[in-house]
Design a binder for this molecule. Structure first.
Ligand SMILES: Nc1nc(=O)c2c([nH]1)NC[C@@H]1CN(c3ccc(C(=O)N[C@@H](CCC(=O)O)C(=O)O)cc3)C=[N+]21
Length: 316
């Protein structure tokens, strides 16, 4: 994949692994600074059931946490655990001073009300940014814990494009975990934002107007070169496992091979947004620790919260 991008003029490969390594190095420095004040951030990860893919993600999160010096606490509950058992565990973790961040791996088994569990998490420990307090705060432009995947996409965009003001960003997909918070963050960065979804009429034509495309639909290779304006910057959030030529492989929501010929820059899958999601989870854990200590986010070298509206932003 990287070999291909080197032979084509124009499209730059946005290296999510390298960007994630940089974020993790920053987080490591922040953790050292906190440890000098006798504070070690702690992250609790809760996994209900035996989904093998979820086990891999949880293992990766715990590994990254340990690499940057964050304490990790893993809780595995059986697939048939009751909703009350999960709620009780969340309540216990809310009280636990050693735990600064709580992540309940989604999806939960069908008999458990996901919303009820997410709402039970103390908003200041909500490192996924899924509690309505944080969702609402993000929409209002308050400094809150922002969802990791959209926050990771914003970091990649800022690194590659600099100032995003006035750019037309098209978000394909309207999920609560990616599409909607992504739109909110792009708006805060002064983009014009269009959100496309399954009912959109002329989606490809609308998408062709975009300077920035964020693909988060969960449909393998749906967005090809015909969806893109030449020179667009493409962020592919999709992680789809497909069978091809008798083997299993990961592909994005973007048809990489065609898109790379038109785009100015594009993220690969794997090695794009995925590693950034985990890096931003570590960053949010540090931010959550600061919030709980009553320390301003700029206590450390970099502020880690979603940006508050700048002076120039009005209601217009
Ligand atoms: N409460 C909650 N928060 C989450 O953030 C959350 C969740 N539930 N449930 C599951 C999804 C999935 N997810 C991924 C994170 C990183 C990679 C990642 O790093 N992927 C690698 C490839 C990994 C591989 O090879 O399988 C990459 O894209 O390069 C993938 C998927 C977080 N999720």
């Amino acid at each position: 994949m990287s070999g291909l991008s080197q032979t084509l003029p124009g499209a730059r490969l946005i290296d999510g692994k390298a960007a994630a390594a940089q974020v993790l190095a920053e987080v490591r420095a922040d953790v050292l600074a906190l440890q000098a004040q006798q504070l070690t951030p702690g992250l609790a990860v809760v996994l209900v059931g035996e989904d093998p893919a979820s086990h891999v993600y949880v293992r990766n999160k715990v590994l990254r946490a340990n690499e940057v010096g964050i304490n990790s606490f893993e809780y595995r509950l059986l697939a048939d655990s009751s909703e009350q058992e999960v709620l009780d565990l969340v309540q216990q973790l809310n009280q636990e001073a050693q735990v600064n961040g709580i992540l309940v791996q989604l999806p939960l088994p069908a008999h458990i009300d996901e919303n009820k569990v997410l709402q039970a998490i103390d908003p200041r420990k909500d490192v996924d940014g899924f509690h309505s307090e944080n969702v609402g705060g993000l929409s209002q432009g308050r400094e809150v814990l922002a969802p990791c995947t959209p926050a990771g996409c914003m970091r990649l965009l800022h690194d590659h494009c600099g100032d995003l003001s006035g750019k037309h960003a098209v978000v394909v997909g309207r999920s609560n975990i990616v599409g909607k918070p992504m739109a909110a963050l792009l708006l805060q960065a002064h983009c014009s934002v269009t959100v496309l979804h399954s009912r959109s009429v002329n989606a490809a034509a609308l998408c062709r107007q975009a300077d920035i495309v964020v693909a988060a639909v969960g449909r393998p290779r749906m967005i090809g070169a015909d969806w893109l304006k030449p020179g667009a910057v493409v962020i592919d959030v999709g992680i789809n496992r497909i069978e091809e030529d008798g083997r299993s492989r990961l592909v994005g929501d973007v048809d990489f091979d065609s898109a790379v010929q038109v785009a100015a820059a594009i993220t690969p899958v794997p090695g794009g947004v995925g590693p950034m999601t985990i890096a931003m989870l570590m960053r949010n854990t540090v931010t959550a620790t600061l919030l709980q200590q009553g320390l301003a986010p700029d206590h450390l070298s970099r502020h880690s919260l979603s940006p508050a509206p700048t002076a120039g932003q009005t209601g217009a």
